[in-house]
Write a protein of this length. Structure first.
Ligand code: AQP
Length: 348
């Protein structure tokens, strides 16, 4: 007789599957945002799960943003979402500050999260650096607001890049502590979705640094709005080493820049790094880079064209974001209301 299968109880069984994720409009979108996050967003949308995607403008202002640039970048991220395949008829697309419940729940979570938890966040340490005394209080509290972004919708899954894993763990800790402190099962224990060949795309200039929209060097990243010429130039100038490509993964050990280009190729070609090396092992970068350029231009060219088309009508983007925010509030408001009740606030 077969042994009885021991399965872990699903802590989220009582919650409707719902996906939330967001991107900061702190600059233009990068290939890292695209491969690590936006592609996953589209996949979730196409699986028919309820999906909410957000430009997290309140997060962006944790470091200085020029107001005009913030408005532009918010619209550009929205355009990037839609150009990459997010459809406002299928996903709820909005900017965070138009749904005040995020900040309201964020405050409650500021009172649940512990200072020690926040000070261990590597993103805080990286971004505040040696100048922590001068960093904004918002930057320190960033992960608590991120927990609120997710839990204000009772989201059960969050597609993100590898760099957000620690923040997702903190979101789970906040949900568990709230549930424990108030003796409820009110917030789900959200699952991170970190998938694909490029969950951590690295800088083209330094294979030990993440590709980032706020990196001072534009050559470090491929922007989703880059022209074919810019993409070609950046890949041609990307740092590599003098060796040929290996035919097995272990041959990439100690070669972060080579590994990065292989991972990017694999993600763009919807395959694995192993499969790429089987095909390209033995090639020099002078041969591999043009292959990568062709692939990147073929993928990003149509997206970039569609982004420019959408950006020609900013009023339409604003209209769509307003409509998305209203739909998002319909979900968020009752969850905030119930949270306040649980906490002991009078609702009259
Ligand atoms: N290099 C990357 N590789 C894979 N995924 C990435 N993401 C960001 N960079 C990479 C994923 O994109 C989503 C949105 O990230 P974000 O804009 O909210 O914040 P971030 O992670 O801090 O991204 P940046 O580009 O580095 O922004 P700045 O420079 O403003 O801090 C997340 O899912 C992230 O994992």
């Amino acid at each position: 007789m077969a042994d009885a299968v021991q399965t872990q109880p699903n802590p989220n069984a009582a919650f409707t599957p719902r996906v939330f994720s967001g991107i900061q409009p702190s600059g233009g979108l990068t290939l890292g945002n695209y491969l690590g996050a936006i592609r996953r967003f589209v996949e979730k949308q196409e699986q028919g799960i309820e999906t909410l995607y957000c430009m997290v403008d309140l997060h962006a202002i944790t470091v200085w943003q020029d107001p005009q640039a913030l408005r532009h970048n918010t619209r550009e991220v929205a355009a990037g979402f839609m150009a990459a395949g997010l459809d406002p008829q299928k996903s709820i697309l909005f900017n965070q500050s138009q749904v005040p419940e995020h900040a309201q729940l964020g405050w409650v979570f500021n009172c649940v999260a512990r200072m020690g938890w926040m000070s261990r966040m590597t993103q805080w340490k990286d971004k505040a650096g040696k100048n922590a005394e001068n960093a904004s209080l918002g930057l320190f509290a960033y992960p608590s607001l991120m927990a609120a972004d997710i839990l204000i919708y009772h989201a059960t899954q969050v597609p993100v890049g590898e760099d957000q894993k620690q923040h997702l763990e903190l979101t789970r800790d906040i949900a568990a502590k709230f549930n424990h402190d108030y003796g409820v099962d009110f917030f789900p224990i959200t699952e991170p979705v970190i998938e694909g060949a490029a969950t951590r795309v690295m800088s083209l200039r330094d294979g030990s640094k993440k590709m980032s929209k706020s990196d001072p060097s534009d050559l470090s990243r491929i922007n989703m709005t880059d022209s074919a010429d810019d993409i070609a130039k950046k890949i041609r100038k990307a740092k590599t080493d003098p060796e040929a490509l290996p035919s097995e993964l272990k041959g990439l050990d100690g070669r972060p820049e080579a590994r990065n280009l292989v991972n990017i190729y694999a993600a763009l070609a919807n395959t694995t790094a192993e499969a790429v090396l089987r095909e390209t092992g033995g090639k020099q970068f002078s041969e591999f880079k043009p292959m990568l350029i062709d692939l990147a231009v073929a993928e990003l060219g149509p997206i970039s064209n569609e982004m420019s088309r959408l950006m020609n009508d900013p009023a339409e983007i604003d209209r769509l974001l307003g409509a998305g925010a209203r739909t998002a509030r319909d979900i968020a408001a009752p969850i905030l209301d119930r949270t306040y009740e649980i906490v002991g606030m009078i609702r009259s």
